[in-house]
Structure formats: structure tokens, C-alpha cells
Ligand binder design. Sequence first.
Ligand code: MN
Ligand code: MN
Length: 474
Amino acid sequence: MEKKNIWEFYTNEQLAEIETFTKKYRDFLDQGKTERECVDVTVNMIEAAGYRELPKLVAAGAELKAGDKVYNVLMNKMIIMFIIGEDKLSKGMNILGSHIDSPRLDVKQNPLYEEEGLAYLDTHYYGGVKKYQWVTIPLAIHGVMVKKDGTCVEINIGEEDNDPVFFISDLLPHLAAEQMEKKANKFIEGEALDIIVGNKPILIKKEETDQADKKDEPIKEAVKKGILEILKQSYDVEEEDFISAELEVVPAGRAREAGFDRSMILAYGQDDRVCSFAGLVAMLEAENLKRTACLIFADKEEIGSVGATGMHSRFFENTVAELMNLTGDYSELNLRRVLASSCMLSTDVGAAYDPFYKSSFEKRNAAMLSGGVIYKKFTGARGKSGSNDANAEYLGYIRKMMEEFNIRFQTAEIGKVDVGGGGTIAYILANYGMNVIDSGVAVMNMHAPWEATSKADIYEAKRAYSAFLTGLGL
Ligand code: MN
Ligand code: MN
């Protein structure tokens, strides 16, 4: 089976549509560089499209009917959306599920310190990162600091043209002979990923010092004190407020078009907000559905889908139960039936074949950039360990649908069987006994601060997800 570059198949009209669509995608990435921000931008978009919040409907004892649009948010980091179909819910749903967390550096709980006139924030990296990629690039800080009185202060600094940025230092090559001998995983150690946040000592006027004899003594940690003063003035927060903060350090800057031909997107966090966006647009465009459609944006995938907002939590199941209750279809048995008879696309990215690293891929079963939306029967490592191995019958159902809607797709694995592997949320939903397959967009230099995708693949993923939502299940 030959793989083709799908750009050659498009009409001028479609090419124009791809440009409009991927411009919106870049805006989506820029507005949502963390899971919290991504939930915010998503809620804004879907509320404008008539989606209503589930807890409010539950409180009002609302009755849901075909065509109604509902969403539920957990801790501002996970969101699930539904469009009620004409069929009874117990016949199952068509589910698209992606994740909205991305590898990054999280600020620790006691992070601020000063060393030799430099102020630092100590970080703990999140997800699978090649640590050496994060040094010497402009970084931004996004997140929240929650004060003792419950006030939540939103922080977003480093993205605007006149914002300051932050950085992690690296040793100059002139002195790096010894460092250069180290293996890449030791080259930059995790504890060396602290970001530099200041270098200017606070100025305290002499008259502010009441003890006359101390006037000429240098102020201890004056740079750190200066930073705390700025934080106080800008955000009204204290050093202790770092204890209850979630601050994420991400590459600063916007999503960009890449290549002379502008065929690609280079941006932070495309794993997995690229599939999230494709799914979101598919949901926004969907109408007159037979089966109920569901879109999940999960958090914590990059660290094992753990925690309340990770896919392993009961949030999804509980939300479906509440939804069924409002359609008058709820019973414990019906809930089991809905989950077991649903179909899911676990929409997560795949590794794009890289000609510079041929030896890590098996070309015939690798995803090509601009090769179309990917279907991955199995992920996992070595002997398919940890894989959701999709059912052949389900793949038959998918193939028929892709053909009907003339969607360009490719099948792929992440790399050579013995080389490594990866996981997605697929296996977690498969626990309910439903049909699940991984489907997504190819990403080059995945998990790097700047990841690359093909505009054509993103467009094809959206078309595939739109088609999937019309399916009748099997
Ligand atoms: Mn992913
Ligand atoms: Mn990932």
C-alpha cells in the first residue's frame, strides 16, 4: 500500500478552507497554552454555540432532548461535551477523546531563591521531555496562584511583545568540553531546569532603615526581595502563595506557519491540542445526529492519566450518568449499556516519520507528514505492552466510513517494534468494553518545545472526526 502526499488531492476551494481552518487552529493554540486556558477558550466557543453547563441543568431538573448541547467541566482542567442524538442514549455514543495537557516545566511549591545575584524559580518537569531542548529559549509563565482567602490570580506573562520572558542558562561552548562528553539524558539534569527571573537588587532608601548602624550593610537576597516586591505590586501575591499555585513554564511565542510553502504549523503543545481542536470543530459543525456525540478533553495524559482530571478518574462515567438522568434513561444497567455500546476515537497524535532518524522507524508502517489522518490499531511498546489493540471488525467499520466520506487516511505505529512506544487514553475507555481506536495527526519532533504538523493532516483529521460523529455504531 503506497503512501501519498495528500496535498495533491485538494481543490482550490479546499485549499482556501484549509488556510481559514488552520488560522483558527493557531489562535486556539495561542489562547490555550495550558489545560486551564484551553478549557476557558473551549467554554467560550461552545457557550456561543448554545452549549449549556450540566450542573446548572441538573439543579434546574431540566429534561434533555435530541439536539441539546451540554458540557461539564472539572477543576477547570477537564471538559466533556455532548450533543444529544435522536436515538436513545442506551444505544451508545460516538466519543472523541483527546488530552489538553502538554509537556512543560511546573514551578515547585517553594520555588523562589537567589544565588549570586540571580533570582530563580525552581521547576519540576512534567511529562516526557528531552531536557536539553528547554535551555536558552524564551519562556513564558502561565497559571494561577490561589491566595488563602480563595482569590485565584491568573498569571500569563511572556507572550505579549512588550512582556519580559524567562530563560534557563546553559554553559558556553568554550567551557563545555567536559559537559559535551555527557550522555544526552545527563547533559542537562532535571534540577538544572530552574528559570532565571531576575538580576536587579531591590533599592531600599537609607531613611527606610531605622537602625542607624545597619545602614551600610548590604541587604540579604536583595534580588529575590525585588522580585517579591514586583509580584506584590503586579498580582498582589506573597511568597507563601506559591504553595497554592499551578504555574506552568512553556515556550514563549505564538504558533507559526512553517516552510516557504506555509504547509506546516510549528507550535508548542500540539500534542494533543491539535486533535482537540479538530474534534472541537467537528462537534461545532455537527447537526441532526442519530447517536449522541461526546467530546472529551482530558488532563494528565502525559503523566499517566492519573488524578481527578485524568482519564482514569470517574468524572466521565459520573457525567454520563447525570446526562442519562436528564434524558429519563438512567439506570445502573443502562449506564453500563451506554458505555459498552459506544464507539470511540482516541484522538491523539502519532510520530511523523523523520528521514533524519530512519533507523527508529519502520517506513511502511510509519505516519508520513501530509499523509492524512492516522489510524493506529495498536500503540504500546515492544510486545504491544500497554496497548489498546483495536478490534479488526471496528477497523472495518472505520474504513467503510472513511471511504464513504472520501477521507485520506494512513495506518501507522509509533516506531520500530523494539525501539519504544507510547500510550494514549484509548485503553482506559476500552475498559468499558467499547470499541476504541487511536486516530490522530502526525507530529514531527513531538514533545519538543516546538512541534511540527501538516495543515493538510489537521484538516483531514477534522473531516474524519466529523464523519465519525455521524456513524451508527456497530
Ligand atoms: Mn498525546
Ligand atoms: Mn504526548
